[in-house]
Design a protein. Sequence first.
Length: 238
Amino acid sequence: MTNAWVFEPMVASVPVADGRLFPVRRIFCVARNYAEHAREMGADPNREAPFFFLKPNDAVFPVTDAAARWPYPSMTEEVHHEVELVVALGRGGRNLSAVQAEQAIWGYTVGLDMTRRDLQSAAKAQGRPWDVAKGFDASLPLAPLVPHPGVVLSRGAVRLWVNEMLRQAGDIAQMIWTIPELIATLSRYWRLAAGDLILTGSPAGVGAVVVGDRVTAEVEGVARFTMTVVAESDAPAP
């Protein structure tokens, strides 16, 4: 008997702006890291420590050109956009200090935490996990990564437009928990490693998208992308 694979495992990856590929290990998301968004979701941002959820690594949906078509998912009638700064790690470890957390940063991009909001609301009401609301196929559209090793971003506009109308507008400076604080906190719960992505939270203004909408997401000075929402049957096969 051998240890050969029954089939070759697939490795999810994200394009890098210089043409390389960044293999994705885990995808961590922090909830309610902007005060106004926390309030619009019915929470008090002054009373809770950061809490996290995960997306599967194959939830990534790289957007590399303006012709990208994002598939509206099944089993929902209310899909919301949440624009976020995404941090990519080039190293990791456990119980990282603030300095080690900064050194772990490999690069950044802009991404969308797409959410089946109706399913999330039902899960919250029943005390159930959010997996079907947050971790579905293609639930993380994102632009190619831009390398910025060891650089901590402390400001920069985070914005989203739907059909050229501004829906979300915030700034990295408004985060409740900074990027190094998020990385260090995560490292107390998990052993972080190269290939991990961290979604750092979304500003206020989240809302629904429908088939036909043209969505543009941007983190100023980092990355920007545009995609069109299409019926699942009209999207390209993964």
